[in-house]
Design a protein around this ligand. Structure first.
Ligand code: UT7
Length: 329
């Protein structure tokens, strides 16, 4: 039996489109205004992919940066997991496209889809391969381009989302560093609350589905809001409990960046002071699977997370899915 090891983050990278779409730009597109968007969501601007760009474009760039930061050659990567709900195509997996672009010739590659919780799920899966002793070099990427499935006439959703990717390299590390605990949950009874109805096997693409706009994301925002605060609160508390950690030990709290009001309510519920809570939804909007790795990257690169810091990551999303992960950086 291979020995048990702890998986830790040894390199990070991110990539977002260069095009910025501000709230004022959106005022020209739908009946909305900057004040409403800022008050209800905390978002000021988001990054939107150009027509030639896709999820793999950002996943590739973020991956390259994470590998450089970890000092790892693409040929040394053994597994690539791309966490995404907006793959380049239904198949093949976007992870395979990234694998080819990187020249990661020895790597297995697959996508993982758990809505906006995909990155936490993918981190958990990647960490397992390391802790069982199977693999030493795993690349986990959270990447989405929700702008590609957004109905740009629907003001209740089009103001919320942005595009981008974040990537981490997972490798064995010495305790006390590494992934300390993981909580993953799902409840498919809420599947209709957030979905893209057409384009799969239930409602294959047809002229009728295209005409009816069924290839866009649809969401019950109010229900998702209530679910988000409760589910993330429970998952975060459980991740601390199962890791034998106390809430006051958390140095940086990184929740999925969907809405600043959700984040504030959650932080209050967990009794976490504002200075420990990472918020960048104002600059990127909700980037789905990319939101946590982008926030993690920014926390590390600005020194908010240092070697030995305890980060608590927590997410919720379509499925419904939710989860939390405690990481000693
Ligand atoms: O990764 C997971 C993704 N999903 C989420 O995180 C969504 C969670 N939910 C939310 O963030 C919030 O529910 C929203 C930001 C989506 C909406 O905020 P809300 O405070 O729940 O607003 P609401 O849906 O209750 O709408 C309030 C009003 C409505 O008008 P009436 O019926 O009161 O006249 C909406 O039509 O605001 C109107 N409205 C807007 N007005 C200006 C909805 N969208 C807009 C808009 N601009 N963009």
């Amino acid at each position: 039996m291979p020995e048990t090891r702890t998986a830790g983050v040894t390199g990070l990278g991110m990539s977002v489109p260069s095009r910025v779409l501000t709230n004022h730009d959106l005022e020209q597109m739908v009946e909305t205004n900057d004040a409403w968007i800022r008050e209800r969501t905390g978002i000021r601007e988001r990054r939107i992919a150009a027509s030639g760009e896709s999820t793999s474009s950002f996943a590739f760039e973020a991956s390259l940066r994470a590998l450089n930061a970890a000092g790892l050659e693409p040929a040394e990567v053994e597994l690539i997991i791309v966490a995404t709900a907006t793959p380049d195509m239904l198949f093949p997996a976007t992870a395979c496209l990234v694998q080819h672009q990187l020249g990661a010739k020895r790597a297995a590659a697959f996508d993982l889809e758990a809505g906006c919780s995909s990155f936490i799920y993918a981190m958990a899966v990647g960490a397992q391969f390391i802790s069982t002793g199977c693999l030493r070099n795993v690349l986990v990427v959270g990447a989405d381009t929700l702008s590609k499935i957004t109905d740009w006439r629907d003001r209740s959703t089009c103001v919320l989302f942005g595009d981008g990717a974040g990537a981490v390299v997972l490798q064995p590390v010495e305790p006390p560093r590494g992934v300390l605990s993981v909580v993953l949950r799902a409840d498919g009874s809420g599947a209709d609350l957030l979905k893209m109805p057409a384009g799969g096997s239930r409602l294959p693409t047809s002229e009728e589905t295209a005409r009816s706009g069924l290839h866009h994301l649809v969401m019950n925002g109010r229900e998702i809001f209530k679910f988000a605060v409760r589910a993330m609160g429970e998952a975060a508390a459980e991740a601390l409990r199962s890791g034998g950690l106390k809430q006051e030990e958390v140095d940086c709290f990184i929740p999925h960046q969907a809405n600043v009001r959700i984040i504030d309510a959650l932080a209050k519920r967990l009794c976490l002071p504002p200075e420990k809570v990472l918020i960048n939804v104002d600059r990127y909007g909700n980037t789905s699977s990319a939101s946590i790795p982008i926030a993690l990257y920014e926390a590390v690169s600005t020194g908010r997370i240092k070697s030995g810091s305890l980060a608590l990551l927590v997410a919720f999303g379509a499925g419904l899915t939710w989860g939390a992960l405690a990481l000693r950086y």
